[in-house]
Design a protein around this ligand. Structure first.
Ligand code: DQA
Length: 142
């Protein structure tokens, strides 16, 4: 099964963006680490600040019955459109793992709610860049 790794707004700025919260690794570092850990599994890696683009990629994953690792970034907290796209995935057997670098529950109250979690297979948050690798290891173990 192919895996889409999708990243929302501002994650292209990792490394420079609030390093005390998000660390020093860049999105390119995350992509490289995932490709290395993926073994033979095919990974499609994208980042966009556009709901339109992210929803289109979820539709592609749906069409291909691919699994998805999604860091929705700020869309986590308010994008019902992205949630509705994600809600389709289970019907084709695609798993969705929501990931966060930080632990949103230990931060501002507007980050405590995720509109995505309710349609995710599981959620991994708070382990820095390892959140992505933990999600990947779960998807590739079966
Ligand atoms: C984030 C947490 C979100 O609250 C925030 O808007 C982000 C990044 C994380 O990975 O910790 O952009 O999803």
């Amino acid at each position: 099964r192919k895996i889409y790794v999708l990243n929302g707004p501002n994650l292209n700025m990792l490394g420079a963006r609030e390093p005390e919260v998000y660390g020093h690794q860049t999105l390119a570092d995350i992509e490289a680490a995932m490709r290395k850990a993926a073994g033979g599994v095919e990974i499609e890696f994208h980042q966009s600040a556009s709901e339109d683009v992210l929803i289109g990629l979820i539709h592609k994953a749906f069409g291909e019955k691919a699994d998805v690792i999604l860091n929705p970034a700020a869309f986590t907290h308010y994008s019902y459109a992205l949630r509705d796209a994600c809600a389709m995935l289970a019907s084709v057997g695609s798993r969705l793992i929501e990931v966060h670098i930080s632990n949103p529950h230990s931060r501002e109250s507007f980050r405590h709610n995720s509109v995505i979690s309710g349609v995710a297979t599981g959620v991994i948050a708070g382990f820095g860049v390892d959140s992505y690798l933990l999600a990947l290891s779960q998807l590739t173990r079966n």
